[in-house]
Design a protein around this ligand. Structure first.
Ligand code: MG
Length: 383
């Protein structure tokens, strides 16, 4: 449980400046999903500056609106034009107040999250505590899963999976789409009989594909993630009634209200929580809490984050309801060089350690930020 008074010793936050640095980091291998190919990770590194302390966060929106309607560019627009004026307008009474301040702006969860998470980090650094401590996190390390993109052949999928299984990752997740589902998953199941394997449809299917999806019931999958529409809860409930395999919701959950509706409708038995998708930490913790109360397992998804976003996700995934392996891999899974030093490494137990320092527990390496930065601006509090 979150101690609601943890930040009171810090008092009100009067942000002096907010910096947005665009960072472009090449990926080790291009990541292919039903939504397209990503060859680099481009994001805004957000810094909230006050009292000699900087709170850090990174944005998760991609170049094109293929995951949600937000993009790298809309995040910048909404932050600069609509959120920063509200952040600067009056002192902020605690990190939980950010969401209320931003509530008049409809959706744009990723833009809101980028600022809200930096404010949380600022508060926790100012208070000298780590976020997992503040939230009552119960684990020092988080079981790591790996996500595999689409490959041209089954052989290439097996070849891609092998090194991660050998390295000790605790769960394989495979991107699927129409016509690329049963066969690759069955091959993986044959190759790794005892492994936790799951599939992510990224909304590539409709209820008309029910028969094809029901074939996956024979493969003992840990779960089937977001097979149907990105805003849908109703069709997922219909499909879940027909499937033995638990459905996990990702794109469809953007708020605690969505999570409550999903519980009412029984749209799935597992939730993937990404703070960037749901407007930030406050909303992510709230979704964790309602899911846990309802006995629904959760895990933390990834958006190809650098070490900054990865550290934020690890703080969250230390909470007791995160009972399943998360999409939290070592830095080397995605990047030759991370934005943080040292990078995240996989332990021999197939886990990542939750950083123990104040806030998210890591800080961007200034030289690396300079190396990967493509542009940057700092906005100062008016007056
Ligand atoms: Mg997903």
């Amino acid at each position: 449980m979150t101690d609601p008074t943890w930040w009171t010793s810090v008092g009100a936050l009067v942000p002096e400046a907010v910096s947005l640095t665009e960072v472009a980091m090449p990926l080790v291998t291009p990541f292919v999903t039903a939504r397209g190919v990503e060859a680099e990770r481009r994001f805004w590194l957000v810094g909230v500056h006050a009292g000699g302390i900087t709170g850090w966060a990174e944005s998760v929106a991609q170049g094109e609106p293929l995951y949600s309607e937000e993009t790298h560019q809309t995040v910048h627009l909404v932050v600069v034009e609509h959120l920063l004026p509200r952040l600067f307008q009056a002192p902020l009474d605690g990190p939980e107040a950010v969401a209320a301040r931003f509530r008049p702006i409809r959706h744009h969860e990723m833009a809101k999250a980028a600022l809200e998470m930096a404010v949380f980090d600022w508060y926790a650094r100012a208070a000298g505590v780590s976020l997992h401590t503040v939230w009552g996190g119960t684990r020092a390390e988080v079981a790591a899963g790996v996500a595999l993109g689409l490959t041209p052949t089954v052989e290439e999928l097996l070849a891609a999976a092998d090194p991660f299984v050998a390295a000790g990752y605790r769960r394989l997740k495979v991107k699927i789409q129409r016509g690329w589902d049963f066969e690759p998953l069955a091959a993986l199941r044959r190759a790794y009989p005892g492994m936790a394997i799951m599939a992510d449809g990224n909304s590539a299917y409709t209820l008309l594909d029910q028969k094809a999806l029901m074939r996956l019931d024979d493969l003992d999958l840990l779960m089937l993630e977001q097979p149907l529409g990105p805003d849908d809860l109703v069709d997922h409930a219909v499909l879940q009634r027909a499937l033995k395999t638990p459905i996990c919701l990702d794109e469809s959950l953007r708020s605690v209200q969505d999570a409550q509706h999903a519980l009412s409708l029984a749209s799935g038995r597992v939730f993937n929580i990404k703070p960037g998708r749901v407007g930030g930490f406050r909303s992510a913790v709230a979704i964790h809490d309602v899911a846990r109360a309802a006995g629904v397992d959760v895990w933390c998804g990834g958006m190809l984050e650098s070490g900054i976003g990865r550290a934020a996700n690890l703080q969250l995934a230390s909470l007791p309801g995160f009972t399943l392996p998360s999409d939290l891999s070592a830095s080397s899974r995605y990047f030759v060089e991370d934005l943080i030093d040292p990078p995240f490494v996989l332990t021999e137990r197939g886990t990542l350690a939750v950083p123990r320092g104040p806030g998210i527990g890591v800080t961007p390496d200034a030289a690396r930020v300079r190396r990967f930065a493509t542009q940057g601006t700092e906005w100062h509090r008016p007056g």
